[in-house]
Design a protein around this ligand. Structure first.
Ligand SMILES: CC[C@@H](C(=O)O)C(=O)SCCNC(=O)CCNC(=O)[C@H](O)C(C)(C)COP(=O)(O)OP(=O)(O)OC[C@H]1O[C@@H](n2cnc3c(N)ncnc32)[C@H](O)[C@@H]1OP(=O)(O)O
Length: 258
């Protein structure tokens, strides 16, 4: 019996290894296929071509992407006059840059930052006011959520480098990254309730996944300021220049993405 058992065992082990390898490959293919697929499409009432035409009318700022030979990309939200608020054309440019990153075969890591030492103050409120119809609001949020979902699915390790303020949609943008790195004095704040809005960029869902529903509800319902100290307690972020892993492992930002 033992002999048979022994003979049978290696065969079973080989079959198990082959099964898991196949499953892994299928999953990997599915993830790769998923990468470019968006959350929302016409079946959800999403009119991408309509909202893109409207967003084009709100120009200003830019989304800059630099890629180095080590596979590290730096994406800069650049509209410092308005605390790096997203104009309509910046939302379109973000989608273009995510498509570029999806096709960057040498990419390993991505650092997302704001120009002039502040992160991002969300949507340009002038755009929010102008696109105030329900359909325009829904279309704009679906557009951004599609882009941020694709950003999250990039096969890159992403770090939100938070200097200064990340508020509103800017706070939501940090939740679409694998890690958040905050410099001393910086803050992340979901200010939406103060202007009668709900997080439109998908940040509430991601926040619950990051820090749990209780903590997420506190931050959202209280529009609480998250500084590096509070963030590291919430396991949502790290302090100044280091990413804190479970005890004993400490790496610098560039090390983590390279
Ligand atoms: C669904 C929409 C939602 C989302 O996308 O989920 C949003 O994001 S809506 C936008 C939410 N964001 C805000 O409400 C932030 C508004 N801004 C601020 O609270 C403050 O500017 C700040 C980010 C805390 C910085 O304050 P401070 O350092 O004092 O700078 P100022 O307030 O003087 O700002 C300088 C300049 O920039 C303009 N500004 C800043 N943020 C925006 C913005 N989001 N939209 C448009 N303009 C913005 C601000 O008005 C100042 O302009 P001037 O007065 O002309 O100098």
């Amino acid at each position: 019996m033992l002999a048979v058992g022994a003979w049978w065992r290696p065969c079973a082990a080989e079959m198990a290894v082959s099964f898991w390898n196949n499953l892994l490959q299928i999953t990997k293919n599915r993830v790769l296929q998923q990468r470019g697929v968006s959350l929302y499409n016409y079946t959800h009432g999403f009119e991408e071509h309509v909202i893109k035409k409207k967003l084009e009318q709100f120009a200003g700022g830019s989304i800059n992407l630099s890629k180095d030979g080590n596979g590290i990309g730096v994406l800069t939200v650049n509209n410092p006059r308005l605390m790096n608020a997203f104009t309509g054309t910046m939302m379109l440019e973000l989608q273009e840059k995510v498509t570029e990153l999806e096709n960057w075969k040498e990419g390993k890591g991505l650092i997302i930052r704001g120009a002039e030492n502040t992160f991002c103050s969300g949507s340009d409120l002038n755009v929010v006011k102008a696109l105030s119809s329900m359909q325009d609001g829904v279309n704009t949020c679906m557009f951004i959520r599609n882009t941020l979902t694709r950003l999250m699915r990039l096969p890159l390790i992403s770090v939100a480098l938070v200097q200064g303020k990340a508020v509103g949609g800017g706070a939501e943008l940090t939740t679409a990254c694998d890690f958040r790195l905050m410099t001393p004095g910086s803050e992340i704040r979901f200010v939406h309730k103060e202007i009668g809005l709900v997080p439109g960029w998908g940040g509430a869902t991601r926040l619950v996944q990051l820090i749990g529903s209780g903590n997420a509800l506190k931050l959202l319902s209280g529009a609480l300021k998250v500084d590096p100290e509070r963030a590291s307690v919430l396991f949502y972020c790290t302090d100044d220049t280091l990413l804190l892993f479970p005890p004993k492992t400490r790496l610098k930002c560039t090390e983590i993405v390279s």
